[in-house]
Design a protein around this ligand. Structure first.
Ligand code: NDP
Ligand code: 2IT
Length: 448
């Protein structure tokens, strides 16, 4: 058995109850075969694959808090510090009832390669809780965030581990967590990113993941002599990533006709009204039914089981921006039948392995989340730089750097795919480019 297959078998045996983590590891290791084959002795001797698939540590803790009725509630908190070979652990905090250790591990594992691709000095980590922020009052959110940070504060720091937002964690939650960290540790430092602008946040961080996704998509299309202007797009989700992806798609002259949340989706053939969507989601924290009620051109469809949702429409560009495994093989077949040009992932691992293979086999330009959504964490790293030098840069400066980083990422993943004989396979290109830097750093630092 080759080295990759040996390690894959061991990882499957050790982590049998974590399907999302196994899916992420399988995708990465499978596509690293050309690099591993070319340097098998070196990587095997240094146990690089065994080490890169085993977190440095995984922290799990109780999060007790009091609800508005005076009842004590208990959630479980997580922080998985996966790999700090090239910089402090860096990655978001997900607050969603579906969160478990396997999901945090898959996200932390992906973050290693994504963060390496940004070209900035950040390692991989992820955290979160099975807490459900939906329907909670601001006081309940604060009570949870303070309790969560009371424990988490023991393990993080500006040069150690720097968490940020993800599903369910936005500026409000980061603010409450930052306040509690400061109170416990007595230190005003860049320990979290995605902070408010009055206390160390970076301009353009809010927009960064969605904008970055479109900068990368545009670079991909340009390289294939395709003009993004005039193209029709399907976006899923209606959270932070989706909203700013839609906004930037419109800036670039494309038209987004769909968005969704966990209860249903919108089809709006005149193009999504981003200002209205922001009002419904960012200000009122309401359902998409409110968007449809205020917009005569929009259809609202409640989600049932098994339908194709936003992937059933005839579009040129598909941009999944909600959650993992939201685009399956049947959806991929529908997109291909409708002549889709590209699928670029705003979310983390939104496309199943089978769907990814089908899209690639049918000539669809496909870029996975590790490359396509890296703009968020890249701008978090720019926030860390600004905090370190105690300065803040203008929106144009940060946005300009973000655009440059996304174009560099596209060039690097395209080049890595070519170097290893898999031209046009941007999944392999991203995994290879991300891996090489981390593996070299691990070898240089000895057995640790
Ligand atoms: P938000 O919480 O702002 O939005 C998430 C969106 O996805 C909401 O519309 C939500 O609907 C929907 N959604 C979440 N879970 C499910 C589910 N199980 N089924 C159906 N719909 C769901 O999160 P973000 O926009 O920040 O994150 C979206 C994705 O992008 C995630 O995969 C995240 O890991 C990834 N990402 C985020 C980055 C960031 O900077 N924020 C950076 C890189 C990647 P509802 O409101 O009904 O729950
Ligand atoms: O998945 C991700 O890259 C994020 N949620 C952003 C992480 C960060 O540290 O900004």
């Amino acid at each position: 058995m080759g080295y990759v297959d040996e390690v894959l078998a061991k990882v499957k045996e050790k982590n049998a109850s974590e399907p999302e983590f196994l899916q992420a590891v399988e995708e990465v290791l499978d596509s690293l075969r050309p690099v591993i084959d070319a340097n098998e002795e070196l990587y095997r001797k240094n146990a690089i694959l065994e080490r890169i698939t085993e977190p440095d540590r995984q922290i799990m803790f109780r999060v007790p808090w009091v609800d508005d009725k005076g009842q004590v509630q208990v959630n479980r908190g997580y922080r998985v510090q996966f790999n700090n070979a090239i910089g402090p652990y860096k990655g978001g905090l997900r607050l969603h009832p579906s969160v478990n250790l396997g999901i945090i591990k898959f996200l932390g594992f992906e973050q290693i390669f994504k963060n390496s691709l940004t070209t900035l000095p950040i390692g991989g980590g992820k955290g979160g809780s099975d807490f459900d922020p939906k329907g909670k009052s601001d006081r309940e959110i604060m009570a949870f965030c303070q309790s969560f940070m009371t424990e988490l504060s023991k393990y993080i720091g500006a040069d150690v581990d720097v968490p940020a937002g993800d599903i369910g964690t936005g500026a409000r939650e980061i603010g409450f967590m930052f306040g509690q960290y400061k109170r416990i540790r007595g230190s005003f430092e860049g320990v979290l990113t995605g902070k408010g602008l009055t206390y160390g946040g970076s301009l353009a961080r809010t927009q960064a993941t969605g904008y970055g996704l479109l900068y990368l998509t545009n670079a991909l299309l340009k390289d294939h002599d395709i003009d993004i202007a005039g193209k029709t797009c399907a976006v899923s989700g209606s959270g932070n990533v989706a909203i700013y992806a839609i906004e930037k798609a419109h800036h670039l002259g494309a038209k987004v006709v769909t968005c969704s949340d966990s209860t249903g989706w919108i089809y709006d053939p005149e193009g999504i009204d981003v200002e209205l969507l922001k009002e419904v989601k960012e200000v009122k924290r309401a359902r998409l039914t409110e968007y449809a009620a205020a917009r005569p051109s929009a259809e609202y469809h409640a989600k049932q089981n098994g339908e194709h949702g936003v992937w059933q429409y005839k579009v040129d560009l598909a941009l999944p921006c909600a959650t993992q495994n939201e685009l399956d093989l049947e959806d991929a077949k529908m997109l291909v039948a409708n002549g889709v040009t590209s699928v670029t992932e705003g979310a983390n691992m939104p496309t199943t392995l089978e769907a990814t293979k089908y899209l690639q086999a049918n000539g669809v330009l496909f870029v996975g989340g590790k490359a396509a959504n890296a703009g968020g964490v890249a701008t978090s790293a720019l926030e860390m730089s600004q905090n370190s030098e105690r300065l803040s840069w203008t929106f144009e400066e940060v946005d300009g750097k973000l655009k440059g980083i996304m174009e560099t990422i596209y060039a690097n993943i395209s080049d890595a795919a070519k170097r290893y004989g898999v031209e046009g396979d941007y999944v392999a290109g991203a995994n290879i480019a991300g891996f090489e830097k981390v593996a070299n750093a691990m070898i240089a630092q000895g057995v640790c």
